[in-house]
Design a protein around this ligand. Structure first.
Ligand SMILES: [Ca+2]
Length: 576
């Protein structure tokens, strides 16, 4: 197989035929090809490794280099030696973001118009379709080794038996460690998988964030050939539940005792000083559903929830440090393009934190420990592996494995400083993400900001551009939808990114951005118009002042929605 793969690649490259014409099923041995490829003039050492790192349910202002107080020295270091985009966007939710990011298409085009259920429309099948290709599939055809560590969440088939046609190793990855599903315990995640086999945690001190980092480091260490690699590192920090290690939580003890109002104000001030946001953009008012901190009850509980959240990100950043150390140790740091971003804004879901504590403390339940080799079947485990009941409810102090709650709306409001709304919505709080790009061999800027608007769809285009790969017109006999994004390489050098507009739709929340103008609607409400150059915090609705602009952007949106088969919300399951 190895020589087969090599010979065909070599031939196709030599003939100048696009990788589109090449589909070598089961060619998972690219890691062994590097030496041969180099010998034939393929691996000239110029093509970069590419590492795409993503956090989960993280706000725009959480990490240090975007104004946060959470200690992220490793991300800050990448930012200081690269560029930070201030107007980069995701899709506002886990699955659609991952579908869009992986394929370079809008999520509806890739078959994941909403989440992981089949609503009977091709654009809402809850599973990647065969009209898209993943970044891994594209780069693998160009001779890259392809690794993934972390959360997948672009298929509705998460059970151990599959079907597995949309698991990572069937969508372009040579090696995979992580979870197929979108959430779970950090101490015992459901759907934990190595390659194509679901597994239990491998040790008593298993903690998912560290396991993701360790596997990513291992993939770099074991990549011994000269061909470049692509690696996707998809952390589940800081998605609920609030699970973190005691030593990391201890670092933040007391840090949030001054509350969310003070936190929003201090972050906003730092963001202005750093140039992340403009001083003209007013800080949005505190969410109406959130009390003044001075009037909040149970402050110790609220503070603890944010301490754990901060600890989760802190741990992720430590892992990113291990990854960059391994790149340095193996001489790869200079010519590796590293991206860091988040899949959606801070999450206001009060998962597990409302209502009475369950199971009730007055009625102790006796549960059996789980067998060492038992797979965790549940997103929210009923029992820890050592036999303690997993508790939810108002007042539960999060952190350890026997708890399962979110950090909640007040802190999500602070995470998304200075914007409004959250994960799910396509106002700036839901869709704005940090994007750090670090690539010393190519990006000469050090610590500069880039204000060009960009979207997840641009990551595929940038990977194709940076690697010299060919985005296929056909793959495995299926016609592939052309890429939607634009390469960010010109933006690295601070040149403009040419594009018509950027579009969003999630659960009926809709938006289009063209240049400085954004038309946005919160389902089931009407259109609002904002001038983001003057008012990125979306406080001054200009729809009545500029009705013609509303009509023009609305027509653009509707044309895009028709082209991408966006259905009116709520999408009812189509009867077949
Ligand atoms: Ca998410």
């Amino acid at each position: 197989m190895t020589s087969n793969c090599y010979t065909r690649r070599d031939f196709i490259k030599a003939m100048g035929i696009g990788a589109a014409a090449l589909a070598v099923p089961g060619c998972a041995s690219a890691t062994r090809l590097g030496g041969s490829l180099k010998a034939k003039g393929f691996g000239d050492g110029q093509r970069p490794n590419i590492i795409l790192i993503m956090s989960d349910d993280m706000g725009f202002s959480d990490i240090g280099c975007y104004g946060g107080e959470i200690r992220t020295p490793n991300l800050d270091g990448l930012a200081a030696n690269g560029v930070r985009f201030t107007q980069f966007y995701n899709t506002a939710r886990c699955c659609p973001t991952r579908a869009s990011l992986m394929t370079g298409l809008y999520q509806h085009q890739a078959g994941v118009g909403h989440m992981m259920d089949d609503k009977g429309y091709p654009s809402y099948q809850g599973d990647l379709n065969n009209r898209c290709v993943t970044i891994a599939e594209v780069l693998k055809q160009a001779g890259y080794s392809t690794y993934m560590s972390g959360k997948w969440h672009v298929t509705r088939y998460r059970r151990p038996e599959g079907p597995k046609h949309n698991w990572p190793c069937q969508r372009g990855y040579d090696r995979f460690f992580g979870t197929i599903h979108g959430a779970g315990s950090f101490y015992d995640p459901c759907s934990l998988t190595r390659d194509n086999t679901q597994i239990p945690p491998d040790s008593d001190d298993f903690y998912y964030t560290n396991a993701i980092s360790d596997n990513a480091v291992t993939y770099i260490r074991e990549h011994e050939t000269d061909n470049p690699f692509f690696m996707y590192v998809a952390y589940t920090a800081t998605h609920w539940p609030m699970h973190a290690l005691p030593e990391d939580i201890a670092k933040y003890k007391g840090r949030y005792d001054s509350g969310w109002d003070a936190l929003r104000a201090e972050r906003h001030k730092r963001m202005i000083e750093m140039g992340i946001v403009k001083s003209e953009w007013k800080l949005t008012p505190r969410d109406k559903a959130v009390p003044l901190w001075s009037e909040a009850k149970d402050k110790a509980w609220f503070a603890r929830r944010m301490e754990v959240y901060a600890a989760m990100l802190d741990c992720m950043d430590q892992g990113i440090g291990h990854i960059t150390s391994e790149l340095k140790r193996t001489g790869r740091f200079e010519n590796t393009l590293i991206f860091f971003l988040a899949d959606n804004g801070g999450c206001a879901e009060e998962y597990g934190s409302r209502g009475k504590v369950k199971p009730e403390p007055s009625k102790p339940v006796v549960l059996k420990p789980m067998a060492k080799d038992a797979l965790q079947p549940d997103m929210q485990p009923k029992v820890t592996r050592d036999g303690r009941p997993v508790r939810t409810g108002y007042g539960i102090m999060p952190g350890p494995a026997d708890t399962y709650i979110a950090y909640g709306k007040p802190w999500a409001n602070a995470s998304n400083t200075p914007f409004r709304l959250y994960k799910h919505w396509v106002h700036e709080g839901g869709i704005s993400t940090p994007l750090i790009a670090h690539w010393p061999a190519h990006i000469k800027a050090q610590g500069e900001l880039r204000h060009q608007p960009g979207h997840l769809i641009d990551i595929m285009a940038t990977c194709v551009d940076a690697s010299g790969a060919t985005y296929p017109a056909e793959y495995k006999g299926h016609k592939i939808i052309p890429m939607e994004g634009r390469s960010l390489k010109p933006a690295f050098d601070n040149k403009p990114t040419e594009r018509e507009a950027i579009y969003w739709e999630h659960e009926g929340n809709r938006a289009v951005r063209q240049g400085r103008w954004k038309l946005v609607s919160r389902h089931p409400g009407g259109w609002e118009l904002y001038d983001l150059e003057a008012d990125r915090t979306e406080l001054n609705n200009l729809s009545e002042t500029y009705p013609q602009k509303v009509e023009q952007l609305k027509a653009l949106y509707e044309s895009w929605a028709a082209r991408c088969d966006v259905q009116p919300w709520p999408v009812r399951k189509k009867k077949t």
